[in-house]
Design a protein around this ligand. Structure first.
Ligand SMILES: Cc1ncc(COP(=O)(O)O)c(C=O)c1O
Length: 427
């Protein structure tokens, strides 16, 4: 059954009606229906993703790139077919309108954390040295900070950060000033912040970075599942994202990388499948993308992610964005009704992805999340793997509500009711 896509009406700006595709939403907790507002941590899965994976495992399972029998060829085509569809979903297989633009290669990783580590290890070790600088930003997830810390410490390079301003935004002027120093080799930044929700001006930033002869690494974990993302137009040298936040399974991530850079890089992990030939004392490397996919890859997971992007594509990403933008605007409107609640990040739904982080005076974020949980409302509390940003914001932690295609305004209402009830307990 194709997902239901309704036409936008004046009564409801919501464009999607897909809750029936997500069996988990029928669950109840202590008599309360599940209200899942933690999609930024991981998305729920439509039944067809699980079915695609189980059908693969039950009917087409074999290892890939090894067998010559028909079953193995089916597995090969399931795995590499998923790669092709995932690349097309993010615009990577589309011929570039820009003659000078180089090709991108799509590599499967375990998650976006591994995708960023791959670049830090394999590109960073070869290209960053003493006297060089790596630039990150104050709004990054630890996955886009710690690999650069380790690289810079090992190579004697300096790690600097673009600041987050009072509105939760980065400054292009500061980026220009940093690049003008002439020592920046690589700039790593997020497409959408997992705490502030800020949507960064990625294409503008990658153009400036490229003009300064530096390499860009974009963390697309909170962007690809929620809005149209065309990696070719964005112009990043490396763009990573993670399957489990994009309706797919855990255990699979994606790195789109500029082919010419990947060709010059040494492997990240070594072993089976990533080699062309091996002698007792030496080895040569396989072609892309396999040079960066050592060992048996996540085959069923690739099939699941392939099914997830097929599903999203059927829904149409502009509609996905419109749906989630409307819910975000509704959250921004309703959350301030809770006494003492302060939101962080841009206050304009056009400037942010589908998540809102907040604090409530007199309540610890963990208490907020626990009380909400008792009403069946799932939100996240903590530092969201962004401790430096928490320090920048002057808070130890926040609560965070994040939406997906399966949410509806009633979920936001349930959150506000739960927060108001929790506020009364603490008052
Ligand atoms: C912006 C951002 N980057 C990176 C990650 C890490 O994702 P994963 O754990 O799937 O590698 C997350 C997950 O929370 C995220 O929100």
């Amino acid at each position: 059954m194709p997902p239901v896509v309704s036409t936008e009406t004046s009564e409801s700006p919501l464009t999607l009606d897909v809750r029936g595709d997500f069996p988990i939403l029928a669950r109840t907790f202590a008599g309360h229906p599940l209200v899942y507002l933690d999609t930024a941590a991981t998305s729920q899965k439509p039944a067809r993703v699980v079915q695609a994976m189980s059908e693969h495992l039950l009917e087409h399972n074999a290892n890939v790139h090894r067998g010559v029998y028909e079953l193995a060829l089916e597995a090969d085509s399931a795995y590499d077919g998923a790669r092709a569809r995932i690349a097309a979903f993010t615009g990577v297989s589309r011929p570039s309108p820009d003659e000078a633009a180089e090709r991108l290669t799509t590599i499967f990783t375990k998650n976006v954390t591994e995708a960023i580590n791959l670049v830090a290890f394999a590109w960073g070790r070869q290209n960053v040295g003493a006297g060089d600088a790596v630039l990150s930003t104050q709004m990054e997830h630890h996955a886009n900070i710690v690999p650069w810390q380790v690289l810079c410490r090992e190579r004697g390079a300096e790690l600097r950060y673009l600041e987050v301003d009072e509105r939760g935004e980065l400054s292009q002027q500061q980026l220009d000033a940093e690049l003008a120093r002439g020592d920046v080799k690589l700039v790593a930044f997020t497409h959408v912040s997992n705490v502030l929700g800020t949507i960064n001006a990625v294409a503008e930033m990658t153009a400036r970075i490229r003009a300064a002869d530096a390499v860009s690494v974009v963390d697309g974990a909170q962007a690809v599942p929620h809005m149209p993302v065309d990696v070719v137009s964005i112009g990043a040298d490396f763009y990573g994202w993670t399957g489990h936040k994009a309706l797919g399974p855990t255990g699979i991530g994606v790195l789109h990388g500029r082919t010419s850079l990947l060709e010059r890089m040494e492997p990240f992990l070594t072993g089976g499948d990533m080699i062309a030939s091996v002698d007792f004392h030496s080895a040569t490397w396989n072609e892309l993308p396999w040079k960066f996919e050592a060992g048996t890859p996540p085959i069923a997971e690739a099939v699941g992610l392939g099914a997830a992007v097929d599903y999203l594509q059927q829904l149409e990403m502009p509609r996905v964005r419109a749906h989630e933008r409307a819910l975000t605007a509704y959250m921004l409107e309703r959350l301030p009704e809770v006494p003492g609640l302060r939101m962080v990040g841009p206050l304009d739904a056009d400037r942010r992805g589908g998540l809102v982080s907040f604090t409530i005076d007199g309540m610890h974020p963990h208490d907020i999340a626990e009380l909400a949980g008792r009403a069946g409302v799932c939100i996240r509390a903590g530092h969201h793997c962004a401790q430096p940003l928490m320090r920048r914001l002057g808070v130890g932690a926040t609560a965070r509500a994040s939406v997906g295609i399966y949410n509806e305004p009633a979920d936001v209402d349930a959150l506000v009711t739960a927060l108001q009830a929790g506020r009364k307990i603490f008052a």
